[in-house]
Design a protein around this ligand. Structure first.
Ligand code: ZN
Ligand code: ZN
Length: 295
């Protein structure tokens, strides 16, 4: 399974010299399964570059949305394959609590917000309610669970041939009030993941002001990785104010924290162009992942 990050920023794109290392584009992650299925998680501004690389071929695309906030859909009108005649793009929205994601994705192309209307696109936008029925194969399973986020949304867990990855963004692990998914349920959902990709937008300075805004503290995400016994963690959906040097500091603190817990967890900060290859290995002591970067 090949996982490539095209957009790692939360809330709003944040380009510029102080974010050049990790990237300023909003959420978009591409996963190519071993069986060759193309899954795209979210359509933030990062999807523009991915679309340039995916145009000109005909293989189908599966777009899975976490939810319909602007930073997760705003790149869609700039996704080249939607202008490709008869290109099939399966959009897996999820039904309960996530219908707004699809509405927002398509309705931003209404001739007013964007010059091209969705109904005039030459591609085939195939709307599918169930992400399992959408992209699952004999070897690939997709589970989802409700996010703790204003307006709702979904997190996903993929398993293929014995390797697993979780895509969980815009999620507040301990929100005020009754959560859609409790912390214990998150630990269960993430248990044993080879790779956990999780929203880590806030630090203690953001609280209590941003409690209830639907994002997790970096410290809570570290704790979840330990409690769920994941093998690798990628912190994702960086705050637009988080500079490269601040993210470098967080990476150092991650290593220090996991060492103090005697936890053998590989930890990375999501960066545009980072590609992770997840492989099943016979020796459980050997990491399940290889990392490399691309331009
Ligand atoms: Zn977001
Ligand atoms: Zn959001």
């Amino acid at each position: 399974m090949l996982i490539t990050f095209y957009g790692v920023r939360g809330s709003i794109a944040a380009p510029g010299p102080v974010t050049a290392k990790y990237g300023g584009n909003t959420s978009c992650v591409h996963i190519r399964t071993r069986a060759g299925v193309n899954l795209i998680f979210d359509a933030g501004t990062g999807i523009r570059k991915l679309g340039m690389q995916m145009s000109g071929v005909t293989e189908p695309i599966f777009l899975l949305l976490s939810h319909g906030h602007s930073d997760h859909i705003q790149g869609f009108p700039y996704f080249d394959p939607i202008y490709q005649p008869d290109r099939v793009i399966n959009i897996c929205q999820g039904v309960e609590g996530n219908a707004a994601a699809l509405t927002n994705l398509v309705e931003q192309m209404d001739g007013s917000n964007f010059p091209v209307r969705s109904q005039d696109l030459p591609s085939v936008l195939n709307i599918v309610d169930d992400p399992g029925g959408c992209a699952e194969t004999q070897s690939l399973s997709i589970k989802r669970i409700d996010l703790n986020h204003p307006g709702g949304g979904h997190a996903y867990r993929l398993e293929e041939d014995g390797v697993s990855v979780g895509y969980i963004t815009d999620n507040e692990l301990t929100p005020p009030g009754k959560p859609a998914t409790s912390y214990a349920e998150w630990v269960d959902f993430c248990h044993g993941l080879d790779l956990l990709i999780h929203d880590a937008q806030y630090d203690e300075h953001d609280m209590p002001h941003k409690h209830g805004w639907g994002h997790s503290l970096i410290s809570q995400v570290r704790q979840l990785a330990v409690d769920a016994q994941v093998r690798n963690l990628v912190m994702f959906h960086h705050d637009p104010m988080r500079t490269d040097s601040m993210l470098d500091e967080i990476a150092i603190e991650n290593a220090r924290y996991f060492k103090s817990k005697n936890a053998r967890i590989g930890a990375w900060i999501a960066a545009e162009g980072l590609t992770i290859e997840l492989k099943k290995r016979a020796d459980p002591k050997v990491s399940t992942i290889d990392l490399f970067t691309q331009n």
